[in-house]
Design a protein around this ligand. Structure first.
Ligand code: PLP
Length: 373
């Protein structure tokens, strides 16, 4: 693939991560074994835990390694035993974790409705668990977690925050956000796929979802993924560097959006005026489904994604855009362009040229249809 602009789906592995993983593949021990091989594996896990704790301003003991963001979200929501309130723009792994959830609406920019949250908290049968993401995977919109926490505390509610898309793009502090739980995933920041973490505030007890072993202080059973965890630690150690590079990505992203709007005036830039991740753009092209756009760009060597498109390549109208009030056809014509550590101005040029040519063909074919009619 010539141009990769799908970092929110997965970021290319960082070379430092590959090196750390290669070193860890050489360890043959089980981190639970007491002999020297086990102790070496344990040291790799604990070094990574320290690096991640440093990166997100948490204590190492608060980190529970999981198989990724999906498992972390499931553990947070299913382990609390409380009534659950989630925002309408959460990732599917939050939306599907529990059967009975109350959904908090969002405004047209995709920002959670705090007034409705307050009403739902007041109406909950017991102190609730509120789950609101730090930044949305499709639009990049950053949520007012401080205000969510302030409200939740008034009603003795706990707060879980899915920070999977935020880490490495904006500063993320577990202590600063003051939430009770926070989900992370390594592959969104240049680490490996299949490893993540749930941060659980010191003193908070969760019922484990996965049972059958005492690993992770009995909070998540199963032999640790040593190489994956080592790679996660190496990726976390690069988050300051990544966040420092964010203004450069924001400039590239803003330039893409300005050129798209100039060339195709009816294109829609979702949440353009909201506080957003620096790397993410959600662009609607009226009259052309996102599936067609993704395929046309793929043929031209440019990789982007359709809406969330996280699972099994299925394309359905984005629930995030629908929650923001977009009509079904508009929600099905939005693509996501997401930049990262290897993105260049030349990549952005290729995207704009290819996408604009597609949009202009749309105009030409519309005109042809009109003249035939
Ligand atoms: N949460 C958000 C906001 C995501 O964007 C994703 C993946 O796209 C996940 C959770 C799931 O993470 P993982 O792929 O590690 O299971």
């Amino acid at each position: 693939m010539d141009v990769y602009l799908d970092y929110n789906a997965t970021a290319p592995l960082r070379p430092e991560v590959a090196a750390a993983m290669n070193a860890a593949f050489g360890l043959c021990g089980n981190a639970s074994s007491v002999h020297r091989y086990g102790r070496l594996a344990r040291r790799a896990v604990e070094n990574a835990r320290e690096a991640i704790a440093d990166a997100v301003d948490a204590s190492a003991a608060e980190i529970v390694f999981t198989s990724g963001g999906t498992e972390a979200n499931n553990l947070a929501l299913r382990g609390s035993g409380r009534p659950v309130l989630i925002s309408g723009i959460e990732h599917d792994s939050v939306r599907a974790a529990q059967d009975d959830v109350e959904v908090i609406g969002v405004d047209r920019d995709g920002v959670v409705d705090l007034t409705q949250l307050e009403t739902l908290l007041g109406a909950a049968a017991a102190p609730a668990l509120v789950s609101v993401m730090l930044a949305n995977n499709e639009t990049g919109v950053v949520q007012p977690i401080d205000q969510v926490v302030t409200l939740a505390r008034r009603f003795d509610a706990l707060v879980h925050c899915d920070a999977v898309q935020a880490l490495g793009k904006i500063p993320v502090s577990f202590a600063g956000l003051d939430v009770d739980m926070m989900s992370l995933s390594a592959h969104k920041l240049g680490g490996p796929q299949g490893v993540g973490a749930l941060l659980i505030r010191d003193g908070l007890n969760l019922a484990p979802v996965q049972r059958g072993g005492g690993q992770e202080r009995s909070r998540r059973a199963g032999t640790e993924n040593i190489a994956g965890i080592a790679g996660f630690g190496a990726a976390a150690a690069l988050t300051t560097q990544s966040v420092e590079a964010a203004p450069g990505l924001a400039a590239l992203r803003d330039d893409i959006e300005a050129r798209v709007k100039a060339a195709v005036p009816d294109a829609v830039i979702y949440s353009a005026d909201a506080s957003r991740l620096p790397n993410t753009s959600c662009i609607g092209l009226p009259g052309v489904t996102n599936e067609v756009q993704v395929m046309a760009l793929d043929l031209a060597g440019v990789a982007i994604s359709a809406g969330s498109a996280c699972s099994s390549g299925k394309v359905t109208p984005s629930h995030v855009l629908q929650a923001m009030g977009a009509a079904d056809d508009a929600a099905a014509s939005a693509i996501r362009v997401s930049l990262g550590w290897q993105s260049s101005a030349a990549d952005c040029d290729r995207f704009v040229e290819t996408w604009t040519a597609l949009a202009n063909r749309r105009v030409a074919s519309d005109l042809a249809e009109q003249s035939v009619a």
